[in-house]
Write a protein that binds this ligand. Structure first.
Ligand code: ZN
Length: 664
């Protein structure tokens, strides 16, 4: 039964009815001219408030994907090394998953044998796998990954037929159904990464020929099959490498399927928040579509293209659109009743969206959301050894591993391969520290500092202390911007032992000074335990079809957090701890006065922590002695079975700090 549900849940169904999108090709061209004119005078428009903090343009870029309009540019993967939990996660994934894959059989043979008829639903994800492998290879310099990357590249190139098509369909049945445009766009981005990182002109040529084949099969003005996730990125990458404007026109204006169940087209996309609960609204595709608008904004800066992203973030933070673990959706869709089992793809694309928002706006507050997502939903997506990656990630019940899903597996690999680039960002005269994790980075964009070496030493989020060593080649004046998470209202910062004033509620600290070799910044982010109450309501539709605030399924319960980490209850571990006591997870009541910790605990990861708390096995017992002595483990604990618990004194709980996102 579950299997059937999963299949019908896959991507091949009606998504939602859009408010305004009907594409008339002539209108598209008019709109393109409008956008071009907007681009020229974009600065005169009032940008949405999420870019109000936009920093100075970055000037010359170190990375080919960057635009001079972005507030921040990316640090190349070759300039970063990582330590701590990030290192473990990335390198476990490489060793236990990527290098163990039978890539030829699973990911390449179907392109060479081409046996799938047009009516069989099949998504390969091979292009995203190629992109991740190229990133991991560049980052690690591991020749075993290089061999895999070269194999994928060579076999996909050889799979291209004379028409330019690369896919798994029978001869004569190409471009007829379901995920072909998505797979093709993924292959384009995979080849683009190979060319960007290793200068492979054959890969770029193959990608361009594939793009032309797709543009011929689905010319502008006709509708492309299904939602074609990743189409913007595939074509935007080609634009980046070739400066051929027709690629931008294409991904901006190609309409998706028939108007009745369309996502419209990228340039006109609107987040359909009011449809959630009435029709199927696909989380991953909506994150991707909104992010596609940000890619387009880089090319043609119409401020309207920034609106859907902010609306999605506001929905997640302020209108109970996100779970406490930093992800969203019930399987693939936002649908009532809210029920926490996000798709890994949604988690991955939320992170990719936040990453673009930071780059464009320069606003590190998106980093607060990022770390909630990374330490909880993202790191809970694979099994503990990173050998397998889940599709469903239930917040309640057993976290079973089901058959592998190529979308989730590859999007997880891709995000891990780009995670190192979310730690630091840079702009003219400035280096920003977004994520706290052991790492080293090299910057060379600040004159006259020469090469600036930066080292971060920390046991975060187990530890609260972060040491930053800054070593410019030549003494120079520049800024170091440190994100101060909203959950921390007692941050302390010292430069070479001297305390710096931190402006309350500013959520960042900018240290502007003359830096010299051997300078040291110490950051303390004290982590008190927070008891966060679940929201009481969630917007949806009544059985009569009336849009209304409905009771949230977790209303009346709380989640326990420390810093960016959510804690969960592992049923079996706690049953053993309490002499094999029989209790039901969703009846447990904790006594918040007894919360203690953190204490060292390796259940979820090496060098991890747990909290302890006493409680009762049911609400009927809370007038008597505690009958449960519980350990709460870090959310990625594979044995975690419940996250929202009852609490004997709900008055001690507070709303999630993200309900004040964007506020002072
Ligand atoms: Zn997926």
């Amino acid at each position: 039964m579950m299997k059937k549900l999963m299949i019908s849940d896959q991507k091949h169904q009606e998504i939602y009815v859009p408010k305004r999108i009907t594409v008339i090709p002539g209108k598209s061209m008019q709109r393109r001219m409008f956008l071009a004119s907007v681009g020229a005078i974009a600065a005169a428009f009032a940008a949405p408030r999420w870019v109000k903090a936009m920093a100075e343009p970055t000037g010359p870029s170190e990375h080919s994907q960057d635009s001079g309009r972005d507030a921040f540019f990316l640090l190349p993967l070759t300039k970063i090394t990582i330590g701590g939990e990030f290192h473990r996660r990335v390198f476990d994934l490489i060793e236990n998953n990527l290098l163990k894959l039978d890539i030829e059989k699973v990911y390449l043979d179907p392109f060479l044998s081409r046996q799938f008829p047009p009516d069989q639903w099949v998504f390969m994800g091979t292009g995203v796998l190629l992109r991740s492998a190229a990133n991991f290879e560049l980052f690690s310099g591991d020749s075993r990954i290089s061999d895999k990357r070269k194999l994928i590249t060579q076999k996909l190139i050889s799979a291209q037929d004379e028409s330019g098509y690369i896919g798994v369909r029978l001869l004569g049945a190409t471009w007829k159904n379901n995920y072909e445009p998505e797979d093709a766009a993924d292959i384009m981005q995979g080849f683009s990464a190979v060319h960007r990182h290793f200068g492979n002109a054959a890969a770029l040529g193959t990608a361009e020929k594939l793009a032309r084949a797709m543009m011929t099969a689905y010319p502008l003005g006709t509708e492309i099959r299904h939602e074609a996730i990743d189409l913007p990125e595939g074509f935007d990458d080609l634009y980046e490498l070739t400066h051929d404007e027709s690629y931008v026109d294409y991904y901006a204006y190609i309409p998706y399927e028939s108007a009745a169940k369309s996502f419209g087209f990228i340039a006109g996309y609107e987040f359909p928040e009011d449809q959630i609960g009435r029709t199927q609204v696909h989380c991953y595709a909506n994150f991707e579509r909104s992010r596609g608008q940000l890619l387009l904004y880089r090319r043609r800066p119409d401020p309207q293209l920034l609106e859907s992203s902010q609306q999605i973030i506001d929905f997640l933070c302020k209108r109970n659109g996100m779970y406490i673990i930093g992800s969203t959706g019930n399987n693939e869709q936002w649908r009532p009743p809210k029920n926490g089992s996000p798709e890994t793809c949604a988690t991955a694309y939320l992170l990719l969206l936040l990453h673009e928002m930071i780059r464009i706006s320069g606003d590190l507050e998106y980093g607060d959301l990022m770390e909630r997502t990374i330490y909880n939903a993202l790191f809970a997506a694979p099994t503990g050894d990173s050998s397998k990656i889940r599709y469903h990630n239930p917040m309640e019940g057993v976290r079973a591993f089901e058959a592998p899903w190529k979308c989730c597996e590859n999007n997880y690999r891709r995000v891990l391969s780009e995670l190192p680039q979310m730690i630091y960002y840079a702009s003219s005269g400035n280096i920003a520290i977004n994520l706290f994790t052991g790492s080293q980075a090299e910057f060379s964009h600040i004159e006259p500092a020469g090469l600036i070496r930066m080292r971060q030493e920390t046991a975060y989020p187990t530890g609260e202390r972060i040491l930053i060593y800054i070593d410019p080649q030549y003494e120079a004046e520049f800024s170091l911007t440190v994100r101060i998470p909203r959950w921390c209202n007692s941050a302390r910062l010292k430069v070479n032992g001297q305390s710096m004033a931190i402006v309350p509620n500013d959520r960042k600290c900018i240290i502007h000074r003359r830096w010299t070799a051997g300078d040291k910044v110490e950051i303390e982010l004290p982590m008190s335990i927070r008891i966060i109450k679940a929201p009481e309501t969630v917007m949806g539709y009544t059985p009569d079809g009336i849009r209304a605030a409905l009771p949230d399924p977790y209303a009346g319960r709380i989640a326990v957090l420390r810093g960016p980490q959510v804690f969960c209850l592992n049923h079996d571990l706690n049953a053993r701890r309490n002499g094999n006591t029989v209790f039901e997870d969703d009846k447990v009541v904790i006594d918040p006065e007894t919360l203690r910790g953190p204490m060292p605990d390796n259940t979820a990861r090496p060098d991890g922590v747990h909290l302890s708390v006493k409680g009762w096995s049911s609400s009927g017992k809370i007038s008597g002695k505690h009958d449960l002595d519980l350990l709460l483990t870090e959310y990625p604990d594979e044995g975690g079975t419940i996250t929202y618990l009852y609490c004997s004194d709900i008055a001690l709980s507070v709303p999630d700090e993200f309900t004040r996102f964007g506020e002072k």
